[in-house]
Design a protein around this ligand. Structure first.
Ligand SMILES: [Zn+2]
Ligand SMILES: [Zn+2]
Length: 338
């Protein structure tokens, strides 16, 4: 079979490799669709701190069960599935409390373990989820980023009907907008420029403003009242500082973006306003199931996310495009079989 291997920064090779065999407790999935994530692009660019080269990338994928290992029901064969790419130890304090997304020894497919930019991939049966009939295999590749948003939204503790602000409406920020809207929230999107603010409005935000120039009063005005949470989805010191500045007293700032290094924050605002500053990482099975329910019920429409589909040969060009200036590409889907 063909596998796209990231040998090191800027070095991708399409290699002929053996089809994996399902070990006990595993299944082999024939990959149908695999989304390209910003973190994949960062790994390609040599800017991802935790990737271990060489690696087959790809952690947002759907497919069909091709074979099953010992101890796994053959009823799964041929089934349409999506896969949680997190490989947890199952023994640490976090795993034992059900929060295996923050497992001490967490490995993620596509970063520290083989991912899905290939024709077949072996995965633990316990990370498999059947794809609902109403969700296509292409849409299945969007379950993972949707689950990131479901988890981040749950971390915020926001109740249905409250207002939120989302800074940065890329794929994850836009997914949070849609999850919040599906929960009856009012959503204000804050973006770096007018064009991106317009795009955020197109993703379902009730209002969209340029983040650098808004005041806390502007935020409350546009959101129809004080927001209960501000989601930082950029991973930049300036936008995190902005999030803390505009967060009303007693609200929550959720750190969704991935930061390349330390950034200064106005700790006095956190202290004085009793702000809750919360991190969020990936998801658990419950978030995956909730994401699929939202997609299956059409409470969350993902049709606007897929910009294009490419074969394995097209991934490198897609990376260059995504690394380019002011890319308006949202999600590129890799189809290893075609
Ligand atoms: Zn991702
Ligand atoms: Zn663990």
């Amino acid at each position: 079979m063909r596998s796209l291997v990231l040998l090191g920064p800027g070095s991708l090779a399409l290699e002929e490799t053996g089809v994996p065999e399902a070990a006990p407790g595993e299944v082999v999935v024939r990959v149908a669709s695999c989304g390209i994530c910003g973190s994949d692009v960062h790994s390609y660019a040599g800017r991802h701190p935790f990737v271990i080269y060489p690696v087959v990338q790809g952690h947002e994928f759907s497919g069909t069960v091709e074979s099953v290992g010992e101890g796994v029901s053959e009823d799964l064969l041929g089934g349409r599935v999506v896969v949680e790419p997190s490989l947890a130890c199952g023994r640490c304090r976090q795993c034992l409390s059900g929060r295996y997304n923050i497992c001490t020894g967490l490995r993620v497919m596509g970063f520290q373990a083989p991912g899905a930019m290939c024709e077949y991939v072996a995965v633990p049966e316990e990370r498999l989820h059947p794809l609902p009939d109403r969700v296509s295999l292409t849409e299945g590749a969007l379950v993972e980023p949707c689950a990131v948003a479901v988890h981040a939204f749950a971390r915020s503790g926001v109740s249905p009907g409250e207002a939120i602000a989302v800074i940065g409406a890329g794929v994850i920020g836009s997914m949070i907008i849609k999850v919040a809207k599906a929960c009856g929230c009012t959503v204000l999107a804050l973006e770096s420029d007018e064009a991106r603010a317009q795009r955020a409005a197109g993703m379902g935000a009730d209002a969209a403003l340029v983040s650098a120039t808004v005041s806390a009063d502007d935020v409350a005005g546009a959101a129809g009242g004080e927001v209960a949470a501000v989601f930082e989805c950029v991973g930049d010191g300036r936008t995190l500082a902005r999030a803390i500045e505009i967060a009303p007293r007693g609200s929550t700032v959720v750190v969704v973006g991935v930061f390349a290094g330390p950034v200064p924050v106005e700790a006095a605002l956190i202290q004085d306003g009793e702000l809750d500053l919360k991190g969020t990482l990936m998801y658990t099975g419950d978030d995956f199931r909730r994401a699929m329910d939202l997609m299956s019920d059409r409470a969350l429409d993902v049709s606007g996310f897929v910009s294009r589909s490419v074969p394995l040969e097209g991934v490198e060009e897609a990376y260059r495009l995504l690394l380019g200036p002011a890319s308006d590409v949202m999600k590129v889907i890799v189809e290893p079989g075609g």
